[in-house]
Design a protein around this ligand. Structure first.
Ligand code: ADP
Length: 566
């Protein structure tokens, strides 16, 4: 830019100088030739007055050069010429022709006689004679060697002047443009608050002003889109669903933390192909399927077994072209598990209810045809026991559903010692039947906050189980004590114990270790215990060894408000 301005300014100035000087020279030459013609016309008159054959013609000078005089008669013969004697007929010379017809004639032309350019002036003296004077054109040209020297000096001076002018121009034009360029570069690099300085309101100033307006709008737009992006990022980060966006080449353009967790995606996955990150045939197939299938439930096996529900939607650009797809992933493992649990629970309840009912129905129908009182009594006992089992089962289901629906435990406080003594009185008969000795070690005389009824249910279930699953002459030990801030309740028996594999499942509804070992159990007792412990915000653990015995330990934080949801 700088170079171009300087060269064009210098060239323009030099060009202008050449045009002006050449036109000046041409004009001056014309003027000089006219002057010469005028002088020659006077010389012709003077010359014709004298006797030119004897006259000293050296007095006739033009710019220091001698003048050539020629006298021509009507036939064109040269009667006199002071410079040459070899002369041809001059009848055809234009100035001669003109002079004979008009009285005077001029011309500037090449002299065939002298072989130089000449300025001619011819004057008719009478009808027969024309006097013509002439000087070489060279003599009247103004550009001499001496003048050329000055001319070159002027050209150099003009060149230097135009160079200085060009540099000044560069400063005026290029400096603000350079400044504008610097600001543009800074803005392009993200420094959005930079603005161009407006020196004055010429074209460049107005350009800078327009540029600043554009930068203002750009800053507002970028800030707006940054705000939107931040909001979107915050939403995507905190979402409890996975979101993955892919371009048309199945390359990842967005993936939120939850989606990374679901598929165990490590590091930066942006720009990677989805098929190289997620190794699940069903999922990849779903992405590639036609757009009419946009929701699917898929079972994942890696990194952990999960059930997911995936949804896809096209991403449409401003020009209405599809530029990719966005996939939303929802983890429905818990929902599915709940659904399974619910249907399992219904199946279990129906099954558990059906068994005693079938038995009652069978024996009561057979009873019609039984006559002897002994069999009748036996059958009636069975019916009674099955009815009791049915009642127990329904009671347990009601208790469980009551606890499960309870969002807040009834407030109150109680002494666990009193509750346990009460339970021991209740189960004493049961224990005596199997000659089981119950020992109660009380190291906790304080009160705890919560529902006494619920604690009663909890303790009763654990103590009853200890008696139920103890052999004859067994020992059941009940301990209440405190450990740090916790109330600790232990039920220890030396009964049949629980196999190691079954321990994690004994708190599930209807789970019984071995159905033959507890024909009278409902399989709901420990499920109820677990829910009550949860209501107390406590914790229950089991230590058990097959054939040696079991210890159930409940820990509840002392002086805590128990209003937690189940
Ligand atoms: P149930 O009504 O069958 O006793 P629970 O939920 O109370 O149901 O107990 C579930 C299973 O845990 C029982 O079937 C039993 O096999 C086992 N169990 C519970 N308590 C004990 C214990 N103290 N000793 C041995 N096994 C036990």
């Amino acid at each position: 830019m700088k170079k171009r301005i300087i060269t064009s300014v210098v060239i323009t100035v030099i060009f202008a100088l050449i045009i002006v000087t050449s036109s000046f020279i041409v004009l001056l030459n014309i003027n000089n030739i006219n002057d010469a013609k005028e002088v020659l016309s006077i010389y012709n008159i003077c010359f014709s007055k004298g006797d030119y054959t004897n006259e000293d013609l050296s007095i006739y000078k033009f710019k220091g050069n001698s003048v050539r005089f020629t006298v021509v008669n009507k036939d064109g013969d040269v009667i006199f010429d002071n410079e040459t004697s070899i002369l041809d007929n001059h009848k055809d010379r234009e100035e001669i022709i003109e002079a004979f017809s008009n009285g005077t004639g001029t011309s500037v032309r090449f002299s065939k006689t002298l072989s130089v350019d000449m300025v001619y002036y011819a004057t008719k003296i009478n009808e027969d004679i024309v006097v013509r004077s002439s000087v070489p054109v060279n003599n009247i040209k103004i550009v001499t060697l001496g003048a050329l020297k000055y001319y070159i000096a002027i050209v150099i001076a003009v060149f230097l002047l135009s160079l200085a002018l060009a540099v000044k121009l560069v400063k005026i034009i290029v400096y603000p443009i350079k400044e504008l360029e610097k600001v543009t570069a800074k803005i392009a690099n993200g420094n959005l608050n930079k603005r161009a300085i407006i020196g004055n309101y010429d074209e460049i100033g107005l350009l800078a002003q327009t540029f600043n307006n554009m930068a203002d709008q750009l800053e507002t737009k970028i800030n707006d889109s940054l705000d939107k992006q931040n909001k979107l990022e915050a939403i995507l980060e905190s979402m409890e669903s996975g979101v993955i966006a892919l371009d048309n080449n199945e390359k990842i353009i967005l993936s939120n933390p939850y989606s990374k967790k679901i598929f165990d995606l490590q590091g930066d996955v942006i720009g990677k192909k989805i098929s190289s990150c997620v190794i699940d045939y069903d999922f990849i197939n779903f992405i590639r399927e036609l757009p009419d299938i946009n929701t699917k439930e898929i079972k994942l096996f890696h990194p952990v077994e999960r059930e997911i529900r995936v949804k896809k939607a096209p991403i449409i650009s401003g020009s209405k072209n599809q530029i990719g797809i966005v996939i939303a992933i929802q983890d429905i493992t818990d929902i599915k598990r709940l659904e399974n649990m619910r249907s399992e629970f219904v199946a279990n309840v129906s099954h558990e209810l059906k068994t005693p009912l079938t038995s009652i129905k069978g024996f009561s129908e057979t009873l019609r045809y039984v006559d002897d009182s002994e069999t009748k009594n036996k059958f009636l006992n069975i019916i009674d026991k099955e009815a009791e089992r049915l009642t127990n089962l329904i009671n347990d289901i009601l208790i469980l559903s009551n606890i499960e629906n309870l969002h807040k435990m009834e407030s109150g406080n109680f002494r666990p010692k009193e509750v346990i003594e009460n339970i021991i009185d209740i189960v004493r008969k049961q224990a005596e039947k199997k000659q089981i000795k119950i020992e109660f070690i009380n190291e906790f005389n304080n009160e705890i906050i919560g529902s006494e009824d619920k604690f009663h249910q909890l303790a009763l279930n654990l103590i009853e189980n200890a008696i139920k699953y103890s052999n004859e002459n067994g020992d059941v030990k009940i301990i209440i004590t405190s450990e740090n801030e916790y109330f600790v309740f232990k039920v220890i028996d030396d009964g049949i114990g629980i196999p190691e594999n079954d321990i994690p499942r004994i708190f599930e509804r209807f789970y019984r270790v071995d159905k033959s070992r507890s024909t009278r159990g409902t399989g709901l007792g420990l499920a109820i215990v677990k829910h009550i412990v949860k209501l107390f915000n406590g914790d229950i653990t089991v230590q058990s060894k097959l054939g040696i015995g079991s210890t159930f330990t409940v820990k509840i934080k002392i002086n805590k408000k128990f209003n937690n949801k189940i």
